[in-house]
Ligand binder design. Sequence first.
Ligand code: WAQ
Ligand code: MG
Length: 280
Amino acid sequence: MVRPFNGQDQSNNSYSLRMRASREGMHISGAERILPFERLSTELTSLLIRALDQGIGNPDEVHFSIEEIKDEILYAESLPISTILTEAVEDSRKKAAELLFINGISEIAIKRAFDNISKGASPDGNNMRGAMILDIKTGERLEPDPYRGIRVSRIDFLEGTENDLKNEMKRIGINGHRIKEALAIATKVIMAVAKAELCWSDNPDYTTGYIASKRYGYVRFNDIKRKGNTKGGRAFFVSGSNINIDSYINFLQIKPVLIKKITPGFIPCKWVEFLRRYED
Ligand code: WAQ
Ligand code: MG
């Protein structure tokens, strides 16, 4: 239906602004924002600058899309950040697996998640573009397209909260340029029905990964993979028999969520100290 423009004030509406840049068909960078009308043009310019300033070769295509958001926006508080000090990859993985287990994920599902991400979770052995969805009991994969997986989208920080996150990271003594986006994704994944998420980057230089869950928040593990390793991915754990998988996927992909508050986190600590925090 075409609505004639009636001169209505647009300033209360929110928009989804998306950018993706590529060179010879290869993805270089992408970003998505949820913004009020009056910030669209400024943010579009800054995303363009970001797209053109990628070091690894200029894009030969940059695509923008702007869509008015018709859905109601949900507001969320970010998961609190913890960081576990570990010895090395084996130690990190063992503790990450333990954290999944105490969140009710079965051993078979945990093993499948680690094995799949380690070898490239797509059936062709590549990394997926999105995430696997695994049943917490059986470890069965529930995402309809195992090559691509599910991409979480339409998530952003309310104006001002990005700065709050920066300050909070400084306060607890952590840094990492990938935290902001990962925390946003994890917050959206966990605010609905997922029991936990496992993630590490496919970037060979970025070896910190995390487990997210409602009770324990966003828990980082240094060295969850070896430096130089190009395999990475995400697994969302759900109780397949208790949820409607299609509506969960729909939520992850298109429901707009804005983070309105940064929940305080914790300075990095050892595993035993971390667990002590949650003793009843
Ligand atoms: N939705 C679902 N899956 C995604 C998305 C998305 N929006 N973006 C990426 N993935 C999947 C995909 O399989 C990627 O290969 C994989 O996740 C890793 O993506 O220090 O940077 O962007 O606390 O490389 C985590 C630790 C960093 C941050 C994760 O992931 C910290 C990261 P990357
Ligand atoms: Mg990424």
